[in-house]
Design a protein around this ligand. Structure first.
Ligand code: ATP
Ligand code: MG
Length: 418
């Protein structure tokens, strides 16, 4: 992408009406715009990040054998009444139509997916079945002050699985946990697998938490083994001993990026979702559900990957891999020559499938280009200036020292520094 063609939503200052770092930096760098509290628009650069996160999640869901669908946001009241959640779910947004009929804006989709699953599930041969979607969710969140970490409208991946028996649900659940681990690792995040509820229920639900100072949850986790529980259910203090291995416990802030549940028959029952087993007998369908906060993940990545100059996107989610900057000097013909060299590098790299942003803008100071580049945070930066002559200066966003290398070595640099 030529930066001269890209609308710049970047700002000189952090927005004053945002409390959370992720929203401040993402707005300042021109990735998102706040529409109102808890509601954000994704701008060209931000949408590229969101799509990259989606792609990783989608690939792993497909690898799990799940099928992608797209359900509506607007849902019928009677289906929400069937499970009791029309009245019990405090975050449910309700919409009144002109004929006074009421609808729900989907905060999650069990009430919608079960009757859909019912259309394809008749016998044990139709199970297991995994259906997922990536779609905006709506929740009437009382405190939407954490930027992308807590939206009132936000993007979620939600997977629902249907099984003939508990054993099959449990084995699928284990595979889903593995898929989640793969997803977070691919996104460059280390996510703790946390027991969401205490006691005997704990093995039926897990959260994935990324430790970050601005996270809204409090996690009790062991300094040496994998023990981790949400503070909501575990009252331990830092320094108490781990129930699993006796090492000291730590308490850290975290953000929940994923959550998995064994629903069993909680939602299949109210809708009468059943199947005929091998013996010809009707049986209840066992279910699991598995969520990932796609837009929250973008906020979490911004919280984890930044320095005082701005964002530092991991390669897997960066909007572009390389940012090429053409810095202008006094000599117009030298500027022109530098620009053509940059353009030919741009073309060569793009032909190899590498995503490049070329800052080819005219009459913008070197200082401004460099500052904006650090703020936007592409993993690699290449600079062509008066100083670099027949070479370029290249560095990773995470390094302070650039190396002077030949044009022909840019690709090699990229490969060896990934
Ligand atoms: P939380 O405890 O943070 O309110 P939740 O447990 O209610 O989240 P789930 O119903 O498990 O959320 O939703 C699945 C995933 O969607 C969560 O793990 C989280 O990553 C994401 N998510 C939930 N609520 C929001 C929100 N308001 N804004 C952005 N992402 C969210
Ligand atoms: Mg949750």
């Amino acid at each position: 992408m030529l930066q001269s063609q890209l609308p710049s939503f970047a700002r000189k200052e952090f927005p004053k009406d945002e409390e959370s770092y992720n929203a401040q930096v993402l707005i300042r760098a021109g990735f998102v715009e706040k529409v109102m509290a808890g509601v954000y628009a994704f701008l060209p650069l931000g949408l590229r990040v969101l799509k990259n996160i989606e792609r990783v999640v989608r690939e792993e869901m497909n690898a799990l054998g799940a099928h992608e669908i797209l359900m509506p946001v607007l849902g019928p009241k009677d289906q929400w009444q069937k499970t009791g959640r029309w009245d019990s779910l405090d975050v449910l947004f309700k919409v009144i139509a002109r004929d006074k009929k009421e609808y729900a804006l989907g905060p999650t989709h069990e009430e919608i997916v079960v009757p859909i699953g019912q259309k394809a599930i008749f016998s044990y041969r139709d199970l297991p079945l995994g259906l997922y979607q990536i779609q905006n969710k709506f929740r009437d969140e009382p405190r939407a002050k954490s930027g992308l970490l807590r939206g009132r409208e936000f993007l979620m991946k939600d997977l629902y699985s249907f099984h003939a028996n508990i054993a099959d649900l449990e084995s699928y659940y284990e595979r889903a946990l593995q898929a989640y681990k793969t997803i977070f690792t691919r996104l460059g995040l280390s996510a703790l697998q946390v027991e969401a509820s205490g006691g005997s229920f704990s093995k039926y639900s897990h959260e994935f938490q990324v430790l970050t100072p601005n996270g809204e949850d409090s996690i009790v986790h062991c300094s040496s083994c994998s023990f981790a529980q949400n503070r909501e259910i575990n009252e331990s203090k830092a320094g108490d001993l781990c129930p699993q291995c006796n090492s000291p416990l730590l308490v850290s802030a975290g953000s929940e990026v994923g959550n998995v549940f064994q629903l069993k028959t909680k939602y299949s029952q109210p809708f009468g979702l059943s199947y005929v087993d091998e013996k010809g007998e009707q049986q209840e369908v066992q279910m699991g559900c598995y969520g990932i906060g796609i837009s929250r993940l973008m906020g979490v990545i911004a919280e984890v990957y930044h320095d005082d100059k701005g964002l530092r996107w991991p390669i897997a989610v960066a909007p572009f891999q390389i940012h090429i900057l053409v810095l202008e000097g006094q000599d117009e013909s030298a500027n022109q020559e530098r620009l053509s060299k940059a353009q030919s590098l741009y073309t060569t790299l793009r032909a190899k499938g590498i995503e490049v942003l070329l800052d080819d803008r005219k009459n913008i100071s070197a200082g401004q280009k460099l500052t904006e580049s650090d703020l936007m945070g592409m993993p690699f930066r290449v600079v062509l200036s008066q100083k670099t002559g027949d070479q370029v200066e290249m560095k990773r966003r995470t390094e302070s020292q650039a190396e002077l290398i030949d044009f022909s070595d840019v690709e090699r640099y990229l490969d060896t520094h990934k």
